[in-house]
Design a protein around this ligand. Sequence first.
Ligand SMILES: CC(C)(COP(=O)(O)OP(=O)(O)OC[C@H]1O[C@@H](n2cnc3c(N)ncnc32)[C@H](O)[C@@H]1OP(=O)(O)O)[C@@H](O)C(=O)NCCC(=O)NCCS
Length: 169
Amino acid sequence: MTVTSGDVPSDIRIRQAERADLLAVYRIEKASFASPWPFEAFERQLSDPGFLVAVEEGGGENGGGVDTANVIGFVVADLVPNHGQPLGHIKDLAVHPEFRGEGVGTTLLRHGLKSLQEQSVSSVKLEVREENDGAQRLYSRFGFQPLRRVPRYYDDGEDAIIMIRQAMK
Ligand SMILES: CC(C)(COP(=O)(O)OP(=O)(O)OC[C@H]1O[C@@H](n2cnc3c(N)ncnc32)[C@H](O)[C@@H]1OP(=O)(O)O)[C@@H](O)C(=O)NCCC(=O)NCCS
């Protein structure tokens, strides 16, 4: 999948993640979270249509025609079983520190939600650190609302807030 977006500079595009992107994705993960996912966790998501990367056009190629040199962010959106009606799950979202505040996270989230919508998901959930006000604001703008708190959800003891977005439009 290759899509362009209207709300970030035109030299950014969103496409499905490829194996060759994983190292860059993992580096962004490590630069973004105190308890990063292990590399293998991203490998397991590879075939998932909701594992998307934002790529800065004009980066290098890996020889196979895949532009991997400038992966600047990613989103992992997948489905979880939920009494016969799968629930969407934004599992991970991060943008390279040098590219934050330029609309890339917003665009990734929009495309992640669109991918879930294409898989006939109606509601979407996510977990966010209690103190991650920036991310919570971003999610609120997409209609996510706090549902409940999970005490000590993260390895360092911080609580998670479960946010849910009902009935996607
Ligand atoms: C959260 C994150 C993905 C947003 O990506 P981004 O490209 O900076 O997001 P955008 O440029 O699209 O900004 C979207 C909104 O995010 C919010 N935001 C994100 N990070 C913020 C921060 N550090 N401080 C304040 N607001 C922030 C703002 O509400 C912003 O809206 P605005 O443009 O009206 O100010 C990025 O900050 C990031 O990678 N953070 C570390 C990882 C993380 O916390 N991921 C979310 C896990 S639940």
